[in-house]
Design a protein around this ligand. Structure first.
Ligand SMILES: NCc1[nH]cc(CCC(=O)O)c1CC(=O)O
Ligand SMILES: [Mg+2]
Length: 336
């Protein structure tokens, strides 16, 4: 970086290029567009159902009929894909999460209906058992309450296959079991579902920023005081994220994800630099809640901060961002 030391004031005045809008725009290295956004949504049973999520102001759980209308709007705004999360009734939760792979379960039905209504909108499904387990963990427990890796993977396979068969464009395993990407890829190939993409939640940290999401899907109560530290990553680790991402790519992931987002942008940058593959990040529920709390108090300027926060993901190397602000941001980007 020798040019840094040879350039001197006043020959070099960095403020020259910042002087006017035209030169600021010319030299801008990264931009945010609607095509960078993935919108996570919560789907409910029933019709005409709309429920607020108290810890995520502005986010609603929607029944399928209403979700289709909202999703159509997202598509019109240029958002490429939505990520679907189900709100599962207590009566359908169990120790072994059998409902996860019910061919006519809520997710599977929603995928079919969404693909039929809006064929061009990418549908990403969450492959993980937490909405379906009575204990709220992402897997099957052994006798001492430890999440059993290989037994969980067997169930995830059935779940992923049921999503792909329903027409999901992308299955997104968010469970952090070892080896699940390879197993899912294998089953998809076997079943001739060769174009179903896998977005791997490769570096998913055991984060407390997921709290509001667990309220939204109603797994918080089931999980109680337990945590997910025996399978999700330790927030103190960076190198391990590269290891996780490399393994998922070797096993057949098409896209990788880092989660949470803003406190982990260093990990996004390292992954992008090291692997140079389609890399995504998730601005999670806790990040959304923090922003909304500040907006509602008048402490931060909503529109500008939303766009800034999302642009920073791009600068960090993300090709796209899962964000609850997707529609709001896309609307802002559509109005010059
Ligand atoms: N498989 C569960 C899952 N999928 C997405 C999120 C979090 C998303 C968010 O906080 O917005 C979680 C929560 C968890 O791991 O407990
Ligand atoms: Mg892994």
């Amino acid at each position: 970086m020798s040019f840094m030391t040879t350039r001197q004031f006043p020959t070099s005045r960095l403020r020259r290029m910042r002087r006017d809008d035209f030169s600021r725009r010319l030299m801008r290295e990264h931009t945010l567009t609607a095509a960078d956004l993935i919108w996570p949504v919560f789907v409910l049973e029933g019709e005409g159902q709309r429920e607020a999520v108290p810890s995520m102001p502005g986010v609603e759980r929607l029944s399928l009929d209403l979700l289709i209308e909202e999703a159509r709007e997202a598509f019109t705004l240029g958002i490429p894909a939505i990520a679907l999360f189900p709100v599962v009734g207590t009566e359908l939760k169990s120790e072994l999460a059998e409902e996860a792979y019910n061919a006519s379960g809520l997710v599977q039905r929603s995928v079919r209906a969404l693909k039929e209504a809006i064929p061009g909108l990418g549908i990403i499904t969450d492959v993980a058992l937490d909405p379906y387990t009575s204990h709220g963990q992402d897997g099957i427990l052994d006798a001492v309450g430890y999440v059993h890796n290989d037994r969980t993977v067997e169930t995830l396979l059935k779940q992923a296959l049921s999503h792909a068969e329903a027409g999901a464009d992308v299955v997104a395993p968010s469970d952090m079991m070892d080896g699940r990407i390879g197993s899912i890829r294998h089953v998809l190939e076997q079943e001739q579902l060769v174009n179903t993409r896998i977005m791997a939640y490769s570096a998913k940290y055991a984060s407390r920023y997921y709290g509001p999401f667990r309220d939204a899907v109603g797994s918080a109560g089931n999980l109680g005081k337990a945590d997910k530290t025996t399978y999700q990553m330790d927030p103190g680790n960076g190198d391990e994220a590269l290891h996780e991402v490399a393994l998922d790519l070797a096993e057949g992931a098409d896209m990788v994800m880092i989660k949470p987002g803003m406190p982990y942008l260093d990990v996004v940058r390292r992954v992008k630099d090291e692997l140079r593959v389609p890399t995504f990040a998730y601005q999670v529920s806790g990040e959304y809640a923090m922003h909304m709390a500040a907006f509602e108090n008048g402490w931060l300027e909503a529109d500008a901060v939303i766009l800034e926060s999302l642009l920073c993901f791009k600068r960090a190397g993300a090709d796209g961002v899962l964000t609850y602000f997707a529609k709001r941001a896309a609307r802002l980007l559509a109005t010059p």
